[in-house]
Design a protein around this ligand. Structure first.
Ligand SMILES: [Zn+2]
Length: 294
């Protein structure tokens, strides 16, 4: 291998190990059908690597990493001993993310909350709370598609093309950050403030066909939503319940339990023909989910 890939030995030895571990995880997810097959990694595209072990934080703005040496950072560093760090590049900036161990807490909450992920709003809770989600990235998305369109005839590799590519990459980063932030706020809110959180299971193929999901979740993937909820529930000492994807959360009356034969996506209000109960469609589904946990 040495003669073929010299660069393999230019980096810290934990870096290729971490990459292989990530690949193993990716294939595992692929075989479990929770994700598609892993994509090839190439220099210049989504550059990132993970370092483990001998990483030292020196003061507020300096970090020592193997092989590379001391790096200065723009933001203040957390004063902890990291288990590992991941260095990644987005457009022209480099980012460091940390992994460290924390003590889990015991939740002081005992209530159960059901969560319905939807189109109109990001999420509806069985408590009646509705999380609308970030609207702000829509205007950036329009800007992005315009920029891509304007860039269509530029000569690939030319100075103008490079300039435009950089602008496009920056906009992509901005949109991705808004989405990430929205999803993190939602999962923290749920895990921190409730004893039990109930969500519906969604698989990948189902998700691609499911127009029901808000763009923020559809784009970030349900896998990420569930991943965040799983570790945050553990952190805050709450319980996560994932209900089978065939559970008729939308079609069932949350008042009397009667199940409807059909319910189209356009029906935004649930009306029960048995008991006459009328309720918002998403709230009805969220309440059914909260009941499914007990
Ligand atoms: Zn009913």
């Amino acid at each position: 291998m040495k003669s073929e890939h010299e660069w393999y030995y230019e980096v810290s030895k934990s870096t290729p190990q971490q990459a292989l571990m990530a690949l193993r995880e990716a294939w595992k997810r692929c075989f479990n059908k929770t994700a598609g097959h892993p994509l090839f990694k190439k220099k210049g595209k989504r550059d990132s690597f993970t370092l483990e072990g001998t990483v030292k934080i020196l003061g507020n703005n300096k970090i020592q990493v193997p092989v590379i040496g001391v790096l200065k950072t723009y933001e203040r560093l957390p004063q902890v001993k990291p288990k590992s760090i991941t260095i990644s590049r987005e457009a022209t900036r480099w980012f460091i993310s940390f992994r460290f161990e924390v003590e889990t807490q015991n939740s002081e909450h005992i209530d159960v909350v059901g969560v319905d992920l939807g189109v109109k709003s990001l999420a509806t809770f069985s408590t009646g709370e509705v999380i609308v989600g970030a609207k702000s990235y829509k205007k950036y998305e329009a800007k992005l598609s315009r920029m891509q369109w304007l860039n269509r005839h530029k000569v690939i590799g030319s100075a103008n093309w490079k300039k435009a590519q950089l602008q496009i990459a920056r906009l992509h980063r901005k949109i991705a950050n808004i989405r990430k932030d929205t999803l993190h706020k939602l999962t923290t809110l749920l895990a921190k403030n409730h004893g039990t959180v109930v969500i519906e299971d969604l698989n990948v193929s189902g998700m691609l066909a499911n127009r029901k999901l808000a763009k923020a979740i559809a784009d970030m993937s349900f896998f990420e939503f569930r991943r965040q909820l799983t570790y945050k529930c553990e952190l805050y000492g709450s319980k996560l319940v994932v209900v089978d994807r065939w559970f008729p959360s939308s079609k069932t009356c949350s008042n009397c339990g009667t199940k409807k034969e059909t319910l189209t996506l356009n029906e935004r209000v649930f009306e029960c023909s048995e008991c006459g109960f009328v309720i918002d469609r998403d709230l009805n589904a969220a309440i059914n989910l909260s009941k499914a946990a007990s």
